[in-house]
Design a protein around this ligand. Structure first.
Ligand code: SAH
Length: 346
């Protein structure tokens, strides 16, 4: 079965015209799906019944079902739990800013990367998401929101570069001017550091921000936190990141989750400064959000502030990431995990 919401516009035109339909029908369908964010084909008032029946028979129209939504009393952050068509669960987080919203979406149901502080990876990766399932997280949340979603970060559960082809398809459709029309500059892809895929993405020459989950100033510490560091040494990762910058001109973001007693010493801030010196980059610090299955604790506010000022003194751009939605299981994979543990059936 063809998943029509995962087809690029040109592919949809081919699919529709091969069925003997006119090209403008494909344009109408694309617009219903990706601009009007239709929840079902019933909404598509100018599409003839015969074409709807044909699509019903030969294609799938994927939508996500919202199973739970928690709203933070602190900052209005909304965390959605969605059921995929096969009943796997994923989560998406919508953060409110003054004039716009930003959404963090998942790229896989679970994750295989095994980072030691992360809840998403505890049950492994059930499967990668299709382009339509990534788009649907944005579309359903947009329909539920008053403000326009103007930023997308692929920083929820899963490793997006471990789902490369679907990610690219998702990016093509999301940025299509006849669809949701999101600007590439408003999209961030976050990776734990898969070197070959970072280089491949660089070669696509898109104006997408790359966020790299670094979390350590050297290989030894990184290996304690992230199994991926065994596969790709820091030197190779840094080369790939520099190549990404050379190809795209986009400033790199480094994520650094401060873990008490592991990577938060002032000497490690010095070492990190040396590593990043001269790079056009930005460091996002966040104290690890403790996950009950994990022994790793977050650094205290004073240690976090000291780490930040050390980087600043060394001329590194740095912010402490606002911890949004901490009262609603805000950390990666926590809400999904809670539901899985409770044996929730959808
Ligand atoms: N796999 C991708 C994207 C998903 S994780 C990646 O690794 O970048 C999104 C970000 O949240 C990563 O920087 C990840 O390291 C971080 N993260 C995961 N669990 C966390 C926790 N408990 N506390 C703080 N940051 C966490």
């Amino acid at each position: 079965m063809v998943d029509i919401k995962s087809l690029r516009r040109e592919e949809l035109i081919n699919f529709i015209t091969e069925k003997g339909e006119k090209k403008y029908r494909a344009d109408q369908l694309f617009s219903w799906m990706h601009k009007n964010l239709a929840e079902s084909m019933d909404e598509m008032s100018n599409i003839p019944k015969s074409l709807k029946e044909l699509i019903d028979k030969e294609a799938e129209f994927i939508t996500l079902k919202s199973v739970d939504c928690q709203v933070s009393a602190q900052d209005g952050t909304r965390k959605y739990l969605f059921a995929l068509p096969d009943e796997n669960l994923i989560e998406s987080v919508c953060m409110e800013y003054r004039e716009w919203n930003s959404i963090c979406i998942s790229s896989q149901a679970g994750c295989n990367m095994g980072c030691r502080f992360c809840a998403s990876t505890l049950g492994g990766c059930k499967r990668s998401l299709t382009a339509s399932e990534m788009l649907e997280q944005i579309y359903r949340v947009q329909r539920d929101s008053e403000k326009r979603i103007s930023n997308v970060v692929i920083m929820g559960s899963g490793e997006p570069l471990d789902n490369y082809d679907n990610l690219l398809r998702f990016l093509d459709i999301l940025t299509d001017e006849k669809g949701f029309n999101m600007g590439e500059r408003h999209i961030t892809v976050s990776t734990c550091g898969l070197v070959p895929e970072i280089k491949r993405l660089a070669g696509e020459k898109r104006a997408i921000t790359l966020a790299v989950s670094l979390h350590a100033p050297n290989d030894e510490v990184r290996k304690q936190l992230m199994p991926v560091a065994e596969k790709y040494p820091m030197a190779e990762l840094m080369d790939a990141v520099r190549y990404y910058y050379d190809c795209t001109g986009r400033r790199i973001t480094f994520e650094y989750a401060l873990s008490k007693g592991i990577n938060d010493d002032p000497s490690q801030a010095e070492e990190l400064s040396k590593l990043l010196k001269g790079m056009n980059c930005h460091v996002n610090l966040i104290p690890v959000n403790p996950v009950k299955e994990r022994k790793i604790a977050g650094s205290s506010p004073s240690v976090t502030a000291a780490f930040k000022s050390k980087l600043e003194k060394n001329g590194i751009n740095v912010t402490i990431r606002r911890e949004m939605g901490r009262d609603i299981d805000g950390a990666c994979g926590q809400l999904r995990r809670k539901h899985l543990e409770a044996g929730l059936h959808v």
